[in-house]
Design a protein around this ligand. Structure first.
Ligand SMILES: Cc1cc2nc3c(=O)[nH]c(=O)nc-3n(C[C@H](O)[C@H](O)[C@H](O)COP(=O)(O)OP(=O)(O)OC[C@H]3O[C@@H](n4cnc5c(N)ncnc54)[C@H](O)[C@@H]3O)c2cc1C
Length: 312
């Protein structure tokens, strides 16, 4: 995809913004799939992140920009993307223990399993489930990431959001969280810089055993050490997506280098050399077959970035 020549170096110092050209996005996604980013931009402070959005807006490039987190819920086109922004704001992390709670300001770029483990080991409860969810905090908020009955919205107080180049705070209620969704999911021009969480003290032994239980559940039900993006479809009301896919006989089906996981039918795995088109073809096959045989429409959970035919 074409992107015009833009002189980012003139507008931003190297301390504020790192610029890479033709960065292979396959190295930034858990599928290990995706063509190059013509411009790959790494803002290093929240204010540079906000100013970058303003700059892109002014140059009418915001609609051609993709915001990348940990790349664990993404299928990026083999053709690549014109402009990718990947914030790196970890130095803004702040954990302040009060008498009866922990106030945690977590920048969007912080790795979720690592911060969840750190906070759990400090003796606070509420993040145990996040120790098993890959990706970064911004992506987790967008998706309202969750598992085993817990979701990220449960502990969020407020979110720092960049809109039209301005940074402001949004309450958790205004983020309109629901199952694997939030307002951010429907508006790619809302960028999350970070969020404040309130975590309560818990029993350290109980916290540790919850983390172990979650890990065990995952090991027993999901493909291990495979290149995937987690569950590719949401669970429709009253059903689980994996059992619907299983019931129509698609478990284990392959297309090129992509396969519907034999271990978990709602995972698609890259068995080595899958293209984005291979994965897309399986997504399309699953949706069509489940609709034809059961009448149920599966909604995609994995995000598509780049030019793909629309299957919704
Ligand atoms: C093995 C495996 C297991 C998984 N298990 C689970 C699970 O149990 N539960 C679950 O909920 N998910 C699960 N996932 C999916 C994924 O890990 C989560 O959805 C994760 O929270 C996505 O975060 P990310 O940083 O990787 O986001 P990305 O994949 O980088 O991006 C996802 C979306 O968020 C947007 N985005 C990213 N950062 C920002 C930001 N700062 N501001 C605004 N928008 C942003 C992107 O533009 C994109 O639209 C799993 C994935 C894998 C690979």
């Amino acid at each position: 995809m074409e992107a015009p020549e833009i002189n980012f170096e003139e507008a931003f110092s190297p301390q504020e913004l790192e610029l890479r050209r033709n960065e292979p996005l396959s190295e930034w996604t858990t599928f290990r799939i995706g063509g190059p980013a013509r411009f790959f931009l790494i803002p290093r402070t929240s204010s540079a992140f906000a100013r970058l959005q303003f700059f892109l807006l002014e140059h009418q490039l915001l609609s051609r920009t993709f915001l990348l987190g940990g790349g664990s819920n993404l299928l990026v086109s083999d053709h690549g993307l014109p402009i990718v922004v990947h914030p790196s704001l970890d130095s803004e992390l702040s954990l302040i223990p009060f008498a009866d709670f922990l106030d945690a300001w977590i920048p969007s770029s912080v790795r979720v399993p690592a911060i969840a483990r750190r906070i759990s080991e400090m003796g606070y409860t509420g993040f145990e489930f996040l120790t098993t969810i890959p990706g970064e905090m911004g992506g987790a908020i967008v998706q309202n990431a969750g598992c085993y009955g817990q979701e990220i919205r449960d502990t969020i107080v407020e979110i720092a959001v960049i809109s039209k180049g301005r940074l402001s705070l949004l309450s958790s209620a205004d983020a309109d969280f629901s199952y694997r969704s939030s307002i951010f999911k429907h508006d790619p021009d809302l960028w999350i810089a970070g969020a404040r969480f309130r975590l309560l003290p818990g029993d350290p032994a109980r916290i540790a055993s919850r983390i172990d239980e979650n890990r065990e559940k995952r090991i027993s039900s999901q493909p291990r050490n495979r290149r995937s993006a987690g569950s590719v479809f949401k669970n429709p009301d009253g059903h689980s997506a994996w059992s619907l896919i299983d019931s129509v006989g698609l478990r284990g089906t392959s297309q090129g280098g992509a396969q519907i996981s034999p271990e978990h039918a709602n995972f698609i795995v890259n068995t080595g050399n899958a293209s984005a088109d291979d994965v897309f073809a399986l997504l399309d096959l699953v949706r069509r077959t489940v609709k034809e045989r059961t009448g149920i429409t599966l909604e995609r959970e994995v995000v598509l970035a780049g030019p793909f035919p629309e299957i919704q």
